[in-house]
Every structure is written in C-alpha cells, then in structure tokens.
Design a protein around this ligand. Structure first.
Ligand code: GDP
Ligand code: MG
Length: 163
C-alpha cells in the first residue's frame, strides 16, 4: 500500500502549488482510492523509487456554505483520518495568523505525524522565515518554496520516513 500524505492549511498558503509539484505528470485521479469526496484531489507522486499518494485539501467547494473555519476543521479532520502523514503549510510572507493556530490546535490533539512547512520562503533567510512559526507547537518548521521547488524533496522524504 502506498503511503498517503495530506496537505492542509488555510486558503492561499500554496497547498495546490505543492500538490501539483509533488504529483507533476501523474496528476491522474486515483480512482480506486476509497473515500473520494468533492473537496479534495488525490494524485500520485514519487520520490526516488518510492511512490506515494498526495491529497490536496481545500478550495473545491464554495466556502460560503459552511464558513471557512468549519471547512478547515472538517478538511483537517479528514486528512488526519486518511493520511499516514500530514504536511501543514503556512505562509512565510503572511506570518502566523488565527487560522493557522486553529489548525495547529487540531493537529496537536492527534498523534498523526505532522511536518510544518513554511512556504513562500524563496529569497528569505531561513531562520527569519521560520522563526515565528515555532509558536505553533508542531516542532521544527521547514522553509520551502513550492513555486520554486526549494526544500520539497527534503520535506517529502521526512514525511515518508519509515512509511
Ligand atoms: P492554496 O489555496 O493553499 O491551494 O494555495 P495556492 O497553491 O492556490 O497558491 C496561492 C497563491 O500563492 C498563488 O498565487 C500561488 O502562485 C502562490 N504561491 C504558492 N506557492 C508559492 C511560493 O512558494 N512562493 C510564492 N512567492 N508564491 C507562492
Ligand atoms: Mg488550493
């Protein structure tokens, strides 16, 4: 069975950009993956020889129906239930906000493996990019750039370690 990695985070942090990079050229829907719902995308990625399934949460249903907080909570919960590891994306340029804290609280309540990825960090000193995200209480933040590809291989290798 291929390990499953879910991408969570508030809107606009770069989840879909990272998903597209991880699943580049193999973004075909995983038809036989149970629990497909309308508000998530499934794709297959590969690091070295090792295949994995990536889940992009968020952004496929109108937010107005339920409100952003409820939608984020539900998507995070589904990610925790479905995935072997969770990559929690935050935005280095925007900094920590209340929605990040809400997701972090939810992730900390579970024993799920969580990697905290500080996206949009290209051109920034890594220490400066990650420093304020320690307060989320999810371990060492990793500076990445989904758009530029910086830090992505290290991130996914850590997410999949031992799986
Ligand atoms: P999502 O809502 O979390 O899926 O975020 P998207 O992947 O749609 O990205 C939101 C915006 O952030 C888009 O304009 C992206 O081009 C931009 N973005 C994503 N990754 C990066 C990055 O690494 N660096 C910068 N500067 N912008 C990024
Ligand atoms: Mg998206």
């Amino acid at each position: 069975l291929k390990p499953v990695v879910a991408l969570v985070g508030r809107p606009n942090v770069g989840k879909s950009t990272l998903f597209n990079r991880l699943t580049r050229s193999r973004s075909a829907l995983v038809a036989d993956f149970s629990g497909l719902t309308r508000d998530r995308h499934y794709g297959e990625g590969r690091v070295g020889e090792k295949p994995f399934i990536a889940i992009d949460t968020g952004g496929f249903e109108p937010v107005a129906k339920t409100g952003i907080l409820l939608q984020m909570a539900r998507q995070t919960q589904q990610a925790i239930a479905e995935a072997d590891a969770v990559i929690f994306l935050v935005d280095a340029r925007a900094g920590v906000n209340a929605h990040d804290h809400e997701i972090a609280r939810q992730l900390r309540r579970n024993s799920q493996r969580v990697l905290l990825a500080v996206n949009k960090a290209e051109g920034m000193a890594h220490n400066a990019a990650i420093s304020e995200f320690h307060e989320l209480g999810l371990g060492q933040p990793l500076a990445i750039s989904a758009a530029h590809g910086d830090g992505i291989v290290e991130l996914i290798e850590m997410a999949l370690e031992g799986l």
